[in-house]
Design a binder for this molecule. Sequence first.
Ligand SMILES: CC(C)(COP(=O)(O)OP(=O)(O)OC[C@H]1O[C@@H](n2cnc3c(N)ncnc32)[C@H](O)[C@@H]1OP(=O)(O)O)[C@@H](O)C(=O)NCCC(=O)NCCS
Length: 227
Amino acid sequence: MWWKPFRQLEGFQLIWVDLAADGRSELEAASWLNEAELLRSKLFREKHSRRRFVLCRAALRILLCDRLKCDNRQLAFGYGDHGKPFALIAGHEVAVRFNVSHSGEHGLIVIGEGNQLGVDIEMRCPRRPLTAIGDRVFGVRERRALASVPAARKADCFYRFWTFKEALLKGRGTGFSLSPAEFETPAAMIDGAGRGYFNFPDWPEERWSLADLGQADFAAALAWRNE
Ligand SMILES: CC(C)(COP(=O)(O)OP(=O)(O)OC[C@H]1O[C@@H](n2cnc3c(N)ncnc32)[C@H](O)[C@@H]1OP(=O)(O)O)[C@@H](O)C(=O)NCCC(=O)NCCS
């Protein structure tokens, strides 16, 4: 298989997807996709973009069919206003929630019951102009923390904060239609903690939890709305 269990956290199932998988896996993965998904996969210009969609979507289908005890043909996906996918069986939204992220050779899927979920994974790429990007997407406290880390740890710090923000935005379902500069991630996590609580400034009554899932070869984070 081209995926394997990554972690269990607060009852959420996290799965790592191998996006460097061989052509045979991609062929098998494609056989799980429905007509609309196959059509979408053919519209990707870059081979790598097609591969990551096919491998992640097929893994998601297999995991959801197992969890929901349904046949792959019964399973479909609906999309929120900003494109966040959710699962449908016979046209009805199911209580099982999920979110998917991919970057370079790594995919990450989270599946859980009830809570809104957001996940982000990023391969660290030190050659990007990280400080300049950080100035546009981070808040004051995050920028100060990024400026204070030594050059050798800049990329780690940047991608750590970046995955925190994107996991929260994906949990909420807005993606970058809401500016990441409009909020700061939990102060304790900026200072190095692995877990924290968070409220969006324009949605103070909803509390979110955030966990740092970073590893040596990638940065990653999971956000979930506290029910
Ligand atoms: C969501 C978003 C941040 C993802 O960016 P990305 O660089 O592709 O990041 P990731 O690899 O982490 O995530 C991609 C996955 O997130 C999921 N996703 C897509 N839109 C999402 C959203 N609004 N919220 C949460 N998850 C979303 C999908 O499963 C997607 O993978 P798939 O297309 O292979 O199924 C970005 O697409 C975005 O900002 N979208 C919203 C902007 C908008 O309003 N677009 C209108 C489209 S209808």
